[in-house]
Ligand binder design. Structure first.
Ligand code: HEM
Length: 568
């Protein structure tokens, strides 16, 4: 009854997530060059988009067109060496308004992300090429309900297969050495039920992997092996699928032995299934957020694998006990029941420690800070997950320190075993809900990644053979105090240009009656000037005229524009 409740709760949660998936969206866009809504003095030669996760090399699209729809991008779109940026060269272009549309599939988790933004190239006299249709850059990647469902099926299936092998090896077969436990009718049947259940789990794990593979490739694999090699996610899913088949076969052999010969004969294939389940845990840990985000190589994969091992031991063991609980209620099976519950409880203690330690490590890595816990959807899901672990641990503690000791007292064994049966079902329901939340987490963009990549705002302009680099910090979006830095370079030699003397910036808000404001630049220090000023005091497009004296020589002059749009 409680199992059914668990399934219904899980299904309801999936439906709720499905509803969320149709409306909710998340972005992985980090930055672009040119920056979204920037106004450039010189036409760019290429456009580059940087996202928060490595890009599947077969997937990116990047188009650049002007206001009349003429395209300027010159394929191919290339993925940079670090895998997180895509870039396309541009045909010769001039003043105008340009729109960039892009899409990528993450090599880490197979998610599609897409977006668009505009930038402008100002006229050669420094005026604007027309009205600017600027809006905040968009970036979206809808959460896929089918992906969450498939990941959940995969996690549950792997946990059930792993748990069945662990219970067989470390609880059931050792219990068989005690003649009292072994004589119970349920001993042989229980072993078969466990292995059958584990085989069903391996099947579910395989179904989850097939589904994820089809979802990621859309029934095609353009790029073939090369694409798989470039995408840890595809590699992990394909390896997972192969291992699922092997676990299924190993458990089938163990089941055949359990049915026909001495139960001990199923030990070797059950051990094989356990080793294969470990391999599966490592395989799917290759294509996770933790693997992609961790700064220290392998640490993310190891943390994820430790978490999954603890989860599979805990939830998979609970599932195994739920499968055999009917047999354990029989009066003659009470010694066996004592072994089963006490043996699992010991293992669960280690599993919980592993889950909490590794879960905390993953949360530190992927949430990124306390603030993000309450401020992002990802952080909230982690919080709910942590909250659900508390009653799971409380129930486990109650079983271990209250009910299991009662099973040693002959008069109280039967009611204690019945209570243990009920308790593990409740734990299993909670575990199922936490698995759905885990599946949701793996389909979202981690909070730490959303905050990734400090946005850098820079513009360039060339006048009189001198290149002006303008850097603005922080990234300008709203009125406020900004630091402006200017660096000068000799275009032909590429060397710093340090002949400049004092200089000024004049800020003019276009289409307004606000009086222009001129501020002195500090410097030069070699080729470097800077000033911090609140001159950009309102939303709108600001023209910034730069004037630098160079002694007796003619002054240097250039012009930039910055659009303050508010918000993003
Ligand atoms: C202290 C409690 C826990 C914390 C802080 C925690 C945190 C996390 C985090 C941050 C991730 C990474 C998700 C991603 O890839 O974006 C994760 C993954 C996961 N968690 Fe937990 N978790 C906890 C307990 C649990 C429990 C009790 C279960 C199961 C009942 C569970 C099951 C999973 C699963 C299946 C994954 C996916 C691993 C993968 O992608 O290979 N977690 N957890």
């Amino acid at each position: 009854m409680l199992c059914r409740t668990g399934l219904i709760l899980g299904a309801l949660l999936l439906v709720a997530l499905a509803a969320l998936g149709t409306t909710g969206a998340h972005g992985v866009f980090v930055s672009s060059d040119p920056a979204a809504n920037s106004i450039l003095s010189e036409p760019p030669r290429a456009v580059t988009i940087t996202v928060s996760e490595a890009v599947d090399p077969a997937s990116p699209t990047l188009r650049v067109s002007n206001a009349s729809g003429v395209r300027f991008d010159e394929p191919p779109v290339v993925v940079t060496l670090d895998g997180r940026s895509i870039s396309v060269g541009l045909a010769p272009n001039g003043p105008g308004i340009y729109t960039v549309t892009w899409s990528i599939v993450s090599a880490v988790d197979g998610h599609l992300s897409a977006g668009f933004f505009s930038y402008a190239v100002q006229n050669s006299d420094g005026s604007l090429p027309g009205p600017l249709p600027f809006a905040p850059a968009t970036a979206a990647a809808p959460i896929s309900p089918s992906e969450i469902a498939l990941r959940f099926v995969g996690f549950l299936g792997l946990a059930v297969a792993f748990g069945s092998a662990v219970l067989t090896m470390f609880v059931w077969l050792p219990a068989g050495r005690d003649p009292d436990a072994r004589e119970a009718l349920g001993y042989g049947l229980g072993l078969q039920a466990l292995l059958l259940w584990g085989r069903l789990g391996a099947f579910g794990f395989g179904v989850g992997m097939v589904g994820l593979l089809l979802l990621a490739t859309g029934f095609e694999t353009p790029g073939g092996l090369e694409r798989v090699a470039g995408s840890p996610y595809l590699l992990s899913v394909i390896l997972g699928l192969g291992i699922a088949v092997a676990i299924f076969l190993a458990l089938s052999v163990a089941l055949a032995h359990a049915r026909s010969t001495h139960p001990e004969a199923s030990r070797a294939p059950a051990r094989g299934a356990l080793i294969l389940s470990f391999a599966a845990i490592f395989a799917i840990s290759l294509g996770t957020h933790a693997a992609a985000t961790a700064a220290v190589p392998l640490s993310g994969i190891l943390a994820n694998a430790a978490h999954l091992t603890g989860v599979a031991m805990w939830v998979g063991g609970l599932a195994g006990l739920v499968a055999v609980r009917g047999l354990l209620r029989d009066a003659k099976a009470l010694p066996l029941a004592r072994y089963a519950f006490a043996g699992f409880s010991r293992l669960a203690g280690y599993a919980i420690l592993l889950v909490i330690a590794s879960g905390t490590g993953l949360a530190l890595l992927l949430v990124g800070g306390w603030e993000a816990l309450g401020a992002t959807g990802y952080g909230w899901v982690v919080l709910v997950k942590m909250a659900l672990v508390v009653p799971m641990i409380a129930l486990g503690g109650f079983n271990r320190y209250r009910l299991i000791p009662q099973t040693a007292d002959a008069a109280r064994t039967a009611p204690a075993v019945r209570a243990l049966g009920r308790s593990v079902r409740v734990e299993m329901v909670l575990g199922t809900v936490v698995l759905v939340l885990a599946a949701l987490l793996t389909a979202m963009v981690p909070a730490a990644n959303l905050a990734a990549g400090p946005q850098v705002f820079s513009l360039q302009s060339i006048a009189d053979g001198i290149r002006f680099d303008l850097w603005v910090d922080p990234y300008p979006t709203v009125p406020g105090n900004y630091t402006f830095q200017i660096l000068l370079w000799n275009v032909t030699s590429g060397q710093p240009y340090d002949e400049g003397r004092n200089g000024t910036l004049t800020f003019t808000l276009l289409n307004s009656t606000v009086s222009p404001q001129t501020v002195d630049l500090l410097g030069p220090h070699g080729n470097h000037y800077f000033v911090t000023t609140p001159a950009m005091s309102q939303l709108g497009v600001w023209r910034i005229d730069v004037r630098l004296s160079r002694g007796a020589d003619v002054d240097l002059y250039t012009r930039f524009h910055i659009a303050l749009l508010g918000g993003a």
